[in-house]
Write a protein that binds this ligand. Structure first.
Ligand SMILES: NC(=O)c1ccc[n+]([C@@H]2O[C@H](COP(=O)([O-])OP(=O)(O)OC[C@H]3O[C@@H](n4cnc5c(N)ncnc54)[C@H](OP(=O)(O)O)[C@@H]3O)[C@@H](O)[C@H]2O)c1
Length: 306
């Protein structure tokens, strides 16, 4: 990654790119949007923007108290769903509840994400970064696909990270069992996985009844960044985007006309971005197929409707 690319992740990059943004005035009245990790940071900013545009936002988080507090600042008639998204059983139960109660879902925003300095294992025995950032999202998306198909063109937006540029997918070691754990590497690896899976979902829906997008938000000042990268947060504070600026492309992908007509892309500041900056991170077709198979095995879910 060169210095210019890194600088574009800052609020200066945002201001430069935003000079060419058209105002987003879509009326989302009648639409239902599911946002994961909606209690703070980018997820709350997305919920507020989409709620203000008329969408009914289903806000998903692990703390009921935080969800109630967050919901109070979201317009329209948002609802809340409590689920620990690192636990596949809770994701399964969440999917079941949403399918039971929601007659339509127009967009799913897979925003939840964690960067854990120490290796943690969930109560289900999975490495927690991969479970939260990749396996849980894979499962929730597959579960909701039958309902998303009923509101074409529905959208699935997965929030990745520029950090993924540093990692090549290693599908045989999704859980960092065969190498030394590093929080930033495990995070980047799971985020690389999100981008590949987004492309693979898109391949499974060539008719674009559902469009799949991944994106990276640049660097935004959120509780997650402050907690997981305190030194970076302190040094970069003046240059971090606001949560609203970080959320802008997520909102655009959910609401603008252009992203409804394309699929399987990776976006940054409302523009298609490359998925690799160096050749050594490129995966093979066999890596991709193995990644998909591993996720199917881990989650017990696959795309059943094509
Ligand atoms: N901010 C950035 O600069 C940046 C840069 C690149 C990518 N991203 C990505 O953008 C997304 C949002 O980041 P952020 O900075 O807004 O993060 P954040 O401030 O840490 O917020 C994350 C949200 O996810 C929720 N969450 C975490 N683990 C959960 C779990 N197991 N079950 C349910 N909810 C859970 C958190 O809930 P609690 O309040 O309960 O913790 C919170 O609502 C993430 O995917 C992140 O990787 C962010």
């Amino acid at each position: 990654m060169n210095r210019l690319q890194i600088a574009s992740f800052t609020n200066i990059g945002y201001h430069l790119h935003a000079r060419s943004f058209e105002p987003l005035q879509t009326d989302l009245t009648g639409q239902t949007v599911v946002v994961t990790g909606a209690t703070g940071g980018l997820g709350l900013a997305v919920s507020r923007r989409l709620g203000a545009m008329g969408a009914r936002v289903i806000m998903v988080g692990r703390s009921e108290e935080k969800l109630h507090e967050a919901k109070a600042s979201v317009g329209g008639t948002p609802s809340i769903e409590v689920a620990d998204l690192s636990l596949l059983d809770e994701v399964r139960e969440l999917g079941r509840r949403i399918l039971e109660t929601e007659p339509r879902i127009d967009s799913l925003v897979n925003n939840v994400g964690v960067l854990l300095p120490q290796r943690e294992v969930t109560g289900e025995g999975l490495e927690k970064t991969m479970a939260t950032n990749l396996a849980g999202q894979f499962l929730l998306t597959n579960l909701l696909i039958p309902r998303l198909l009923e509101s074409p063109p529905a959208r699935v937006i997965s929030v990745s990270s520029g950090g993924m540029y540093s990692e090549r997918i290693r599908p045989a070691d999704l859980q960092f069992t065969n190498r030394e754990y590093s929080g930033t590497a495990a995070y980047a690896h799971s985020k690389r996985g999100q981008v590949i899976v987004t492309e693979m979902w898109a391949e499974r829906f060539p008719d674009q009844r559902i469009v799949f997008h991944s994106m990276h938000p640049g660097w935004a000042a959120t509780a997650g960044v402050a907690e997981s990268l305190p030194t970076f947060n302190m040094m970069m504070k003046p240059f971090l985007r606001t949560p609203e600026q970080g959320a802008d492309t997520i909102v655009w992908l959910a609401a603008a006309a252009e992203p409804a007509a394309t699929t399987g892309r990776f976006w940054f500041d409302r523009a298609v971005a490359p998925t690799h900056l160096i050749d050594s991170t490129r995966e093979t077709a066999a890596d991709r197929a193995r990644l998909w198979d591993e996720l199917v095995t881990l989650t017990g879910s696959d795309v059943l409707v094509g």
